[in-house]
Design a protein around this ligand. Structure first.
Ligand SMILES: Nc1ncnc2c1ncn2[C@@H]1O[C@H](COP(=O)(O)OP(=O)(O)O)[C@@H](O)[C@H]1O
Ligand SMILES: [Mg+2]
Length: 314
């Protein structure tokens, strides 16, 4: 159910929250809020989310919400569920897409139904299972990841079988379920997906060349540790078109609305899907604003485009 946001609507810009990405979300939220004011939505309000959020929203008489939360409770369907129950239309992805995409394994299962979708060979190992046996069919090096974390938290590159158990245990600190993938020795790209008149389209591709071996937490959040190239120069014309097509396909197949950002590894000019982010960062240095900018969509228009996806029952 689509909702048309009015200029004098009271818009709750949700930020902060209870995830490991709280600080990033504070920055995303402040930026989006300021953009809304510039766009003339003078009754927009920055709402810092904590466990009393249902009450805050109810008492605040908000007409709609703009979600600038990331990670647990903000990007996984939880806050979306609260908004659905309170009947407050919100921009961005709904309950189902958010919860599917928060889980890298379930995202892959959904996308495995798409013919020729390039998924990395992987196994899904639950706590207490025999991890050595689980990876028997995989080729080293491997990468172990908690199934629903962001920011490369709990991830380890595993070069030899001797390193496997400790890497698996590290991932278990975050989730009881661990995804173990073959390591793609290539480079990382990410592509935004936005919607215009309800139709999804891809932004330009952003290529990231980390100075570390892979795009780990250090590379992600230390200035100068990664080189950003947008639009990407490392892909052929055909591969560029394919990555964009796959990103839109991932967005649609997982049921995303309004906005997402899809990550891939590239090796020998071939893409391999990593994940769908349903509430991408919106800070000054975030990927999506940079991807949109090279498509001629400045920050304020990006926020406006996302706001137009406001609705319920999605
Ligand atoms: N199978 C893989 N092979 C090589 N590098 C990987 C693989 N999976 C993840 N990475 C690296 O780790 C980073 C984070 O992985 P991703 O799955 O996108 O999780 P996050 O939710 O932490 O962003 C990626 O940007 C990529 O550089
Ligand atoms: Mg990622």
């Amino acid at each position: 159910m689509q909702y048309t946001v009015q200029k004098d609507d009271k818009i709750a810009v949700l930020c902060g929250g209870m995830s490991s990405e709280r600080e990033v979300s504070m920055r995303s939220g402040k930026n989006c809020y300021e953009a809304l004011l510039r766009l003339g939505y003078k009754n927009a309000e920055l709402v810092v989310v904590d466990k009393n959020i249902a009450e805050t929203l109810k008492n605040g008489n908000f007409d709609c919400a703009f979600n600038a939360l990331h990670g647990k409770y903000g990007e996984d369907g939880c806050i979306q569920g609260v908004l659905e129950i309170l009947r407050i239309p919100y921009a961005g992805c709904g309950v189902m897409a958010s919860s599917i995409c928060m889980n890298k394994e379930y995202t892959k299962r959904i996308l495995s139904t798409v013919k020729d979708f390039p998924l990395i060979k992987s196994v899904f190992v639950k706590k207490g299972e025999d991890v050595k046996k689980a990876v028997e069919e995989l080729k080293y090096p491997l990468i172990t990841k908690p199934v629903s974390e962001g920011s490369s938290f709990g991830m380890t590159k595993v070069n030899t079988p001797e390193e496997l158990v400790s890497a698996y245990n590290e991932a278990l600190k975050f989730n009881d379920d661990v995804l173990i993938e073959e390591f793609i020795d290539g480079f990382f790209v990410t592509v935004g997906v936005l919607e215009k008149d309800g139709k999804a389209f891809a932004t330009e591709i952003l290529e990231i060349r980390p100075k570390t071996e892979w795009y780990d937490f250090e590379a992600k959040y230390t200035k100068g540790m990664s080189e950003f190239i947008v639009p990407s120069t490392g892909l052929s014309k055909e591969s560029t078109a394919l990555v964009k097509k796959l990103a839109v396909k991932a967005h649609e197949t997982t049921g995303c609305s309004g906005v997402s950002r899809v990550d891939f590894m590239i090796k020998d000019d071939k893409p391999y899907f990593l994940e769908v982010n349903t509430s991408p960062g919106m800070t000054d240095t975030s990927d999506l604003p940079a991807q949109a900018a090279v498509c001629g969509i400045d920050y304020d228009n990006l926020v406006l485009m996302i706001l137009k996806s406001a609705g319920l029952d999605k």
